[in-house]
Ligand binder design. Structure first.
Ligand SMILES: [Fe+2]
Length: 280
């Protein structure tokens, strides 16, 4: 069964290693340094890199990793991602040593953004993943068993948030988030950044009585105080606490002071409020 190693880089970026039988696949290596350290510390061979979108904080480590390991690089944009070996498209199934990975096109943050879905059907998500439970050598990463499906979302979906609309409109992002929402509820969301505390505070600024968000924020602060990573979160949790996944919820439009039943209009309003949000 594949495992996920969570690395941190560049302040608030997450880089993930999908690990199985000594092979590793990296997701969004914005910095090669932590990846090479984790590979060496865990005796892993890097076979591939998956890139969700072209922004530099998700791609800057690609050239060094390619030179050091010869890994094959998969990504959705041949003009802006370099080096690139395989251009991926919506619905592609990538056959990797760690398992088949499905490409889901999710335009919104960028025009060509994708998410990567790793199906795992055995068991359910761990309620209390044990930090470093499967790490037998010193390593800078937190190691968590992947016992449910995993979705690597880049800057499309964050814990309690979503990416800024740099190259697409709110309707495109809504369609992309609807694709994610249709995945199994037990899918574990692995986002590209750690913005969770601020995003839960934003949720509570709009929906102050959301008990799931209140509990999640307390849990996250405890985890951070103990130095534990705060990812992943199950999709079912995101559906309760992420305003960008609740844009068809009439009380949300009312809380925003708008009268519409168009989810894209609600999403645009939530995005504007989030862009102006200042956590206190
Ligand atoms: Fe980005």
């Amino acid at each position: 069964m594949a495992e996920i190693l969570t690395l941190t880089a560049l302040g608030d970026n997450y880089i993930y290693l999908i690990v199985g039988a000594g092979d590793a696949v990296v997701v969004d290596p914005g910095d090669a340094g932590p990846v090479l350290l984790a590979l060496k510390g865990n005796g892993l061979r890097l076979v591939a890199a998956l890139v969700t979108h072209h922004h530099g904080d998700h791609t800057a480590g690609l050239a060094q990793l390619k030179a050091a390991t010869g890994c094959r690089i998969y990504g959705p944009d041949s003009r802006c991602i370099s080096p690139l070996d395989h251009l991926v498209r919506d619905g592609d199934l990538i056959d990797l040593p760690v398992g088949f990975v499905r490409v889901i096109a999710t335009p919104g943050h960028t025009r060509t953004s994708v998410c990567y879905f790793l199906p795992q059907t055995e068991g359910g998500p761990p309620s209390q993943p044990a930090a470093n439970a499967r790490c037998t050598r010193p390593c800078p990463a937190d190691v968590r068993p992947t016992t449910g499906p995993a979705l690597f979302t880049g800057d499309t979906l964050f814990t309690a948030g979503c990416g800024r609309l740099f190259e697409c409109d709110a309707a495109a992002m809504h369609r992309s988030l609807a694709k994610i929402a249709a995945l199994p509820d037990e899918t574990l969301i692995y986002p590209g950044h750690d913005y969770a505390v601020e995003d839960y505070m934003f949720t509570l600024s709009i929906d102050p009585h959301n008990q799931a968000a209140q509990q999640a924020l307390r849990h996250l602060r405890d985890a951070q105080a103990q130095g534990r990573p705060i990812v992943p979160t199950p999709l079912a949790m995101e559906k309760r606490t992420n305003l960008f996944l609740r844009t068809d919820d009439p009380p949300l439009a009312a809380a925003l002071g708008i009268r519409t039943d168009d989810p894209a209009t609600v999403l645009a309003a939530v995005r504007r409020r989030k862009d102006a949000f200042q956590p206190s």
